[in-house]
Design a protein around this ligand. Sequence first.
Ligand code: CS2
Ligand code: MG
Length: 412
Amino acid sequence: MTIESVSVNVTSPGRNFVTLKIVTTDGVVGWGDATLNGRELSVASYLQDHVASTLVGRDENRIEDTWQYLYRGPYWRRGPVTMAAIAAVDMALWDIKAKKAGMPLYELLGGASREGLRVYAHASGTDYAALKDAVTGYVEQGYTAVRVQTGVPGLGQIYGVSSNTGGKYDYEPAKRAADGRAAIAPSEETWDTPAYLAHMPGVFASLREDFGSGLRILHDAHHRMSPIEAAQFAKDVEPYKLFWLEDCTPVEDQTALRLVRQHSTTPLAIGEVLNSVYDYQTLITERLIDYVRSSVTHTGGVTGLKKLLDFAGIYGIRSGMHGPTDVSPVGMAAALHLGLAIHNFGIQEYMPHSETTLGVFRTSYAFDRGFLHPGDAPGLGVDLDEDAASAFEYTKAYLPVNRLMDGTVHDW
Ligand code: CS2
Ligand code: MG
């Protein structure tokens, strides 16, 4: 059998998603997530204008060969758009292979290495009282790990702080226009690292006071500190035993983490904006990180991320796969199958998608008392309802741009 058709679905059930559909000559359908928040149409075009026609007629079973064909064939390589496109093809082909084998994908990847995947929830609050309420809610739902983000006195809206108090974390950073129509430019936020550095250690001290030492507390610094500021922060929060400090400094300068490591044993997670094993080479071989943050969707798919995680595992580094709502349910399912099978699983990010999104993507994965399982449906266990998807037109949205108090552009 061979690949008969390749098509790209762009839909916006609550937020924008790009999904690849591959159908074989014997009618088996595979789905792949190609969502790149804020640049969705770039990946959609890469797939439909440059990749789709090259796949028709290829043997759908030759996943590694197709991965290498798409990685080395175009000459130009790596980068978020290319690797998201390759990821979508890869996920769809693994979905097909597992469906034809009549088993969930994790079985093809070596079978389950654990009963379920520990996940972390997203808690936030404009102030500590609101944050404490949000964390309490997740602990009551059975979560054993919670990421905490909070407002900083003197600053307005900043990354990761949802406007809702209690209930589902509904923070969607990519903004449409105020009237819900297509945005024409990013919104802008203001940042001040000294205020953040002064504020956060007290937040963690209060959390430990209120929730004890057993709760796994994670925090995302979201690329905003210089290397020395990251070293200071990691040292200052060391007494509070974070499960991880994420994206403490812009990761394209991999060697910056050497400075952080010199000053602190706070575990470090990084890499959601990275997209190949080569982007991690120094980070892994020098053990500058403890968790790999990449998602299946942005790192060349199951094939790409498994290569990376197998390499990381040799150095005692574990997975911490990216799982915000801008990874679609297809990408989330792929992460769960891979995470269930690999030995060096660490933790899985879990921002539940909205009911609107789940009305378009039919999922098989299930949450139970702080853990997720991909389910045992053949393949990835997720299907896109194309009729339902057609009701949600793509609406351009941009991630915010961040500026310092003096107007200097800064990492968001
Ligand atoms: C965040 C992401 O989940 C995280 O760790 O860094 O939500 C990130 O802000 C979004 O993926 C950007 O689209
Ligand atoms: Mg992050």
